[in-house]
Design a protein around this ligand. Sequence first.
Ligand code: URP
Ligand code: ZN
Length: 459
Amino acid sequence: MIFDLLIKNGQVVLPTGIKMVDIAVKDEKIVLIQEKIEGEAKEVVDATGKIVVPGAIDVHTHLAMPFGGTISADDYFTGTRAALCGGTTSIIDYPCQRKGNSIKETLKPRFEMCEKDACCDYSFHVAITNFNDGKILEEMDEACENGITSYKGYMVYKKEGMMVDDGMIYQLLLRCKEVGAMLNLHAENPDIIDVRTEQFLREGKTGPWYHYLSRPEFVAAEADKRAVHWATHLNVPVYIVHMSDKEGLDAIIEAKKKGFDIKVETCPHYLEFTNEVFKRENGINFVCSPPMKGQDSLEALWKALNEGYIDTIATDHCPFQLHEKLWGKNDFTKIPNGCAGIENMYPYMLSKANEGKTTYETVVRVCSYNPAKIFGCKDKGSIEVGKDADIVLFDPKKDYTISVKNMHSNYDHTIWEGFKCHGYVTSTYLRGTLVFKDGEFLGKRGFGKFIKRERYQGK
Ligand code: URP
Ligand code: ZN
């Protein structure tokens, strides 16, 4: 057989550990992994000195999302282009149901946009905001059959009409378990946020620090614990998105230790930044929900990651342009919530492994293997025979300073400006095709394929 691609001499992060092996690819798939492969190939890559990892799967993005009075700055073209340039080969995006719309109606325009624009592989979780007289709950089984096997409930954004109340969460948890879907929850307490926000604005406290203070640790922790309460008492799986606070995390770890199936995601910005960023001159740019918390929370997240309690890392990529962020310069409630990260997640995490703060195996587990397993992407998530050849080369010797000038998104600033990565992604292959090399995007608009996901199989 003549292989399409042969990657030789790299240190490959396999499910069984790091080994120096060669990888052969044919027809988009990994077909052979062994110490030395001597066969012929159309393209041979010498990966000497490189760490070879599976493409990351960013399971939390908001591309072209109407939010905060505008639309997030990256669409499915620029967002997925940026993803590939940071070694992320698949995304799961969050279309949000508008009142009265079915799941199909919510997804139709998103499928159309992705078919035309997506450069990397993609799927969707649907954020449910109302049940349409119960029809939504009925539709979920058919949607799962079509590969949409996860849903989201926002426990916040009441005024925006996006919130699900406890009664809806209760029904969603039970229905998701019944159809083999995962329910993802954004956990913060909306009523306390509203009361604190109104109080701050009345007192003339309008800066980004008060965005943090309107929803600090205990406000998120209450909702985290409520999610844990329902999931444990109903004995159903649940996935908590963008965990940022120690108290909530501790409650989840306790439930996990008792054997409950609670999954937890965090994001690079909660691992790198604390609430101190909101005191910076450009603090407005860091405004996202939930906000970054204190040092205790940051340390607890790293500890949990290294002890195996964090299941996934994702970005919550939802960037807005500077002029949009500035709408809130005199009132933090007018700042569109969200930051960028889609191009930075994998380089950041791999760079942290290179520095010894975590391990390459941990990074691959939380950025690729677990996201694939939890969200039913059966062809993704590891370098194994039979999987899609989504392969990333990371050069541990290449130092790289992040700057918006060198990125491949569509926004004009980044919270990661000036961050020094010790090591960087040098090549990305999507299903065996080279789509990024040495700073240059080589992929194609529309090359991304829909990932028809399997139902949740349990832990
Ligand atoms: O600040 C954020 N995270 N914006 C996007 C919407 C959400 O809350 O996930
Ligand atoms: Zn989000």
